[in-house]
Design a protein around this ligand. Structure first.
Ligand SMILES: Nc1ncnc2c1ncn2[C@@H]1O[C@H](COP(=O)(O)OP(=O)(O)OP(=O)(O)O)[C@@H](O)[C@H]1O
Length: 318
């Protein structure tokens, strides 16, 4: 199922200040029905604060958060009915079985037993825990707990699902299983999904769009392929090339191209800073002079560069 056009999770100039410190600054988001949106940023970026405002658990200092049209601050009960929330540390009763835990949630949500028992069977099957449904949750691995967490939020059949750092502490297999399960919530059921994470590489693969959130600001937002260009807008281009033969004339020759700001040569790598994308010209002009281009890389505009720029320095390991 492709995402629809109906907005389900909306923030309008959403802002949270703690004293003089701004944790979330004028955030504008529109996440549509059936869409998977990744709110990605290093620790401390303001992701959890945003989620708490979306759930009506923290009051914004400015702007608003709307879920399916309900104001999260004014109508938190309506919002709670619509949203399933998986916190980064799901609390279950460890001495109860998975089935008992789910039954407990169903009872809290006042779902009649006849209906809830059927639903619990279906959900246990769906999250791959049917065989271990009568084991105590205390014996579960982190991956199993997270999958049980997904079943738990699905009990009330929510229209939107918000997951805070869902893949933390899982092994690679556990991560894949969980992400697959999360993707199906949107693609098969048509739910709107918001995932927060500081692990860009892990979650971006299932997201229709991502927002890069740094120090309370959304620095770029869109499908992953467009982020590099957004972040680099207005900045000069930087290319790395390797050319054969790397003779004395090469640097001077490139410096003569239109729009070039700087050319540096270090060992066999030449770095070019230019006003515009010169890749086509470069290929043509080098070819005309019988140079062979062995390597060409546009720097600063791909996922690796975004990751390095925003995620690496900020203590991402937890
Ligand atoms: N109650 C509070 N009082 C003061 N500052 C707070 C409070 N809650 C959060 N902050 C600050 O706001 C900033 C954003 O925190 P938040 O927990 O939203 O970040 P995050 O992106 O979810 O990161 P993490 O993954 O580490 O939880 C942090 O600098 C944090 O110290």
């Amino acid at each position: 199922m492709m995402p629809g056009s109906k907005a389900v999770i909306v923030t309008e100039n959403l802002t949270k200040r703690y004293g003089n410190f701004t944790a979330v600054n004028n955030l504008n988001l529109k996440i549509t029905e059936g869409e998977i949106f990744g709110l990605l940023g290093p620790n401390g970026a303001g992701k959890t604060t945003t989620i708490l405002m979306l759930l009506g658990l923290t009051e914004p200092s400015g702007g608003k958060a709307l879920i399916a049209g309900y104001d999260a601050t004014r109508d938190p009960i309506a919002v709670k009915r619509i949203v399933g929330y998986l916190p980064d540390n799901v609390g279950f009763y460890d001495d109860m079985t998975a089935r008992e835990n789910l039954q407990f949630t169903a009872d809290l949500n006042a779902i009649p037993r006849k209906e809830s028992e059927k639903r619990i069977e279906y959900l246990l099957e769906r999250v791959g825990l049917k065989n271990v449904a009568d084991n105590r949750v205390g014996t579960y691995s982190k991956g199993m707990r997270q999958r049980l967490g997904i079943a738990d939020i699905l009990i009330k059949d929510p229209k939107a699902v918000i997951l805070d750092e869902p893949t933390i502490g899982l092994d690679p297999e556990g991560i894949n299983e969980l992400l697959d399960l999360i993707a199906r919530l949107a693609k098969e059921d048509g739910r709107t999904v918001l995932i927060s994470s500081h692990l860009l590489y892990q979650v971006q693969q299932i997201c229709d769009r991502v927002g890069i959130f740094v120090d309370g600001n959304l620095v770029a937002c869109g499908p992953i392929e467009t982020l590099g260009d957004q972040i680099s807008e207005g900045q000069p281009y930087m290319f790395e090339i390797k050319v054969e033969p790397n003779d004395g004339d090469l640097v001077e020759f490139i410096e003569g191209f239109d729009g070039i700001r700087e050319v540096r040569c270090h060992r066999d790598i030449i770095t070019i800073i230019s006003e515009k994308d010169i890749r086509r010209d470069l290929l043509r002009l080098l070819n005309d002079r019988d140079y062979t281009l062995l390597h060409l890389r546009l720097c600063g505009r791909d996922l690796d560069d975004i990751y390095r720029r925003y995620f690496e320095k900020k203590g991402v390991i937890r």
